[in-house]
Design a protein around this ligand. Structure first.
Ligand SMILES: [Zn+2]
Ligand SMILES: [Zn+2]
Length: 276
C-alpha cells in the first residue's frame, strides 16, 4: 500500500499563511492517518526580489529566520518521533537569473534537508522585473498578461521555466519534486482562455524529462480550494503517465493553515486505485 504522506505543507514561518503552531497541523495529519509529513516552507528571497515592499514581506521569511525554521522543523521531527515521520524540507523557488542565490542557500542547509519541492512562482515581466504567477488575478493581468500579450505566450514562457526548473533541481543531491506544475491555471476562470491543447502538449513534454532527471511530481491539491481554479495542480492523465513511467508522484496539500492538511487525499487515493 502507498505510504500516506502529505509532502507539501507550510508553517508559521510563512507570512501569507497562518501563525498556528506546527503541532496544530501535524496533530491533524495524525488524526487523518498520515504516516509521513513534510515541512516545506518558502525560504527567504533575494533582497528586493519583487518591487512592491509589502508583497516582498509577505512572500517569504527574512533571511535571518531560516536557521530558526530549520531548528523548529527538526524539533517537530523529534517531538513526533514514533507517531508520524516528519521530514525537514523547503519549497525552493526557481529564480530566473538568480539560481546562484538558491544554490548557495541550498549549500548552507543541504545536510539538514530531506525534501525539496522546487516551484516556479515568478516570471520576468516588464523591464525584467520579477512577477508572481499566483498572487491575485488583477496582479496577473496587470503585470504578466499585459506584458506577454496573450495567455498562450505566457503558457509557453511558464513551461519553459518549469522545464529549466526540473533540469536545475535534478542536480541537487536531495529528494526533489517539481511543485504544482500547472499553477499558471490558478486564475483560469477569470482570465482569457488559454489553448488547452497547448497546455497539454507542454505538460506531455515534461514526462520524459522527469524520467530522465529522476525528479518527482508534487501532486498539489491546493488548486481544488481556489474558486478560480477548482482542480488539482496536476492533471489526472499526467499522474497516470508519470506513474506508468516510474516517476514518483507525491501528494501535497500545500497547507497554509491546519484545516488544509490532507485536503484532496481521497481524490488522490481513488486515482491510485483506478490506475492500478
Ligand atoms: Zn505559500
Ligand atoms: Zn508554491
Amino acid at each position: 500500500m502507498e505510504l500516506k504522506w502529505d509532502g507539501h505543507t507550510h508553517t508559521r514561518f510563512c507570512y501569507h499563511g497562518s501563525d498556528a503552531s506546527s503541532e496544530a497541523y501535524i496533530d491533524r495529519a495524525i488524526e487523518l492517518g498520515f504516516q509521513r509529513y513534510t515541512l516545506s516552507e518558502h525560504p527567504p528571497l533575494p533582497a528586493r526580489w519583487v518591487e512592491e515592499e509589502s508583497l516582498y514581506r509577505e512572500l517569504a521569511m527574512p533571511r535571518e529566520e531560516l536557521a530558526d525554521y530549520i531548528q523548529y522543523a527538526k524539533r517537530m521531527k523529534r517531538i513526533y518521533e514514533g507517531r508520524i515521520e516528519i521530514t525537514v524540507g523547503l519549497e525552493l523557488d526557481h529564480l530566473p537569473g538568480r539560481t546562484d542565490y538558491t544554490e548557495s542557500l541550498f549549500a548552507d542547509w543541504q545536510h539538514e534537508l530531506e525534501d525539496v519541492v522546487y516551484s516556479v512562482h515568478y516570471l520576468p515581466g516588464a523591464g525584467g522585473a520579477m512577477r508572481c504567477v499566483d498572487f491575485t488575478p488583477d496582479y496577473f493581468r496587470e503585470h504578466l498578461l499585459s506584458y506577454y500579450g496573450t495567455m498562450d505566450k505566457l503558457v509557453e514562457e511558464y513551461y519553459d521555466h518549469v522545464e529549466a526548473a526540473i533540469e536545475w533541481v535534478s542536480r541537487l543531491p536531495v529528494r526533489s519534486r517539481i511543485g504544482h506544475i500547472n499553477l499558471i491555471e490558478k486564475f483560469a476562470a477569470v482570465l482569457p482562455e488559454a489553448d488547452q491543447a497547448l497546455i497539454r502538449r507542454r505538460q506531455e513534454r515534461l514526462v520524459p524529462l522527469l524520467v530522465r532527471t529522476g525528479v518527482g511530481v508534487d501532486v498539489n491539491t491546493a488548486g481544488m480550494r481556489v474558486a478560480t481554479c477548482g482542480k488539482p495542480y496536476v492533471p489526472e492523465w499526467m499522474i497516470a503517465a508519470c506513474r506508468q513511467a516510474g516517476v514518483p508522484c507525491i501528494f501535497g496539500s500545500d497547507a497554509h493553515k491546519p484545516e488544509h492538511v490532507g485536503t484532496g487525499w481521497d481524490w488522490f487515493e481513488q486515482l491510485g486505485k483506478s490506475s492500478r
